[in-house]
Design a protein around this ligand. Structure first.
Ligand code: 13P
Ligand code: SF4
Length: 307
């Protein structure tokens, strides 16, 4: 079956859109209405007039789309695609963390479930984490679940203490300092660009640290011709594709071939076709959780719009 053709037909028939995270298998872009990082996609989910959103990403991303568009039906192509970091914290762990550090506002990385977001004060993504923590204007914050993103925020902000939960991304933690050292020898002319979910040592020895979007933007705007990318493979695949299509003459190299988020790759074109056809794997969130979690995300979007 020609899944691309069938998905396009079903999208039209059902007034549906496909939102695709940059870590997805690249062939999914062909049926996608928007491709990007989690902040961009959450903004698009809030704006769209579609009746149905198919979120080619992981579970928390589809939940976030539902929170921002409660009147729309949101589907996840493969219901088992969960973020390993998001699953490192649940409501019980969060309550314990809060009770050990009473009276401190909680900033929650968007890589968390709706249930966790509902008990936090404000959300952030890796694109706006520094800006969001700063916007609170408080001496201390709790940061969940990613300890490395939290520590990176701390390095970039004075006058605030960032107390981090001990979650992490197993994919980004596969990048070691030795990979950076090897890349410097193998590609002496290349710039090394890393995601803040990486270990602090990796971030420290990279030329640039930023979110998925920031890495892509930096690579596009830079005069350099070669880049070693210390984040998920999907970013490298898209940069190399765009370089070829637009004659940038740039080369992008994945720092090591294990930097693949397997859970992200579980979604296939066939899964997208099936959810559109059968309307299965729908995301439901209880009303109370949804109201509170949406507040955290909306506060982020509002704080993000203030310069
Ligand atoms: P972005 O916020 O950069 O899209 O990253 C999401 C993610 O899961 C990173 O591992
Ligand atoms: Fe989660 Fe890491 Fe995969 Fe991102 S790369 S979705 S943080 S497991």
């Amino acid at each position: 079956m020609d899944f691309v053709k069938e998905i396009k037909r079903l999208k039209k028939e059902k007034n549906a859109i496909v939102l695709t995270h940059c870590y997805q298998n690249i062939e999914i872009d062909e049926v996608s209405d928007f491709v990007g990082d989690s902040l961009y996609l959450s903004r698009m989910a809030a704006k769209t007039n579609a009746d149905i959103i198919v979120f080619a990403g992981v579970y928390f991303m589809a939940q976030s789309a539902k929170l921002l568009s409660p009147e729309k039906r949101v589907f996840l192509p493969n219901i088992n695609s969960g973020c390993l970091m998001a699953d490192m914290i649940n409501v019980e762990n969060l309550r314990k963390f809060k009770s050990n550090n009473p009276g401190i506002p909680v900033v929650c990385y968007i890589n968390s479930t709706a249930e966790v977001k509902a008990e936090c004060d404000i959300c952030c993504t890796s694109s706006n984490a520094i800006q969001i923590v700063k916007s609170l204007n408080v001496p201390k914050v709790l940061f969940v679940p990613d300890t490395y993103l939290g520590k990176w925020v701390q390095q970039n902000l004075e006058n605030v203490e960032v107390i981090t939960y001990n979650g992490f991304c197993p994919t980004h933690l596969r990048i070691r300092l030795e990979d950076i050292q090897k890349a410097r020898i193998d590609y002496p002319d290349a710039l090394i660009l890393a995601h803040p979910e990486c270990h602090g040592e990796v971030a420290k020895h990279s030329d640039f640290v930023g979110s998925t979007k920031e890495i892509m933007q930096y690579a596009i705007e830079s005069k350099a011709k070669r880049f070693v990318i210390a984040t998920e493979k999907g970013v490298v695949d898209r940069l190399n594709r765009d370089s070829k299509l637009n004659n940038w003459g740039k080369e992008f190299i994945l720092i090591n071939d294990k930097i693949v988020c397997q859970n992200m790759k579980w979604n296939t074109l066939e899964d997208i076709y099936n959810v559109l056809l059968k309307e299965q794997n729908e995301i439901f969130i209880s009303r109370e959780v949804a109201e509170n979690a949406a507040k955290s995300i909306n506060k982020m979007l509002y704080a993000g719009s203030i310069k």
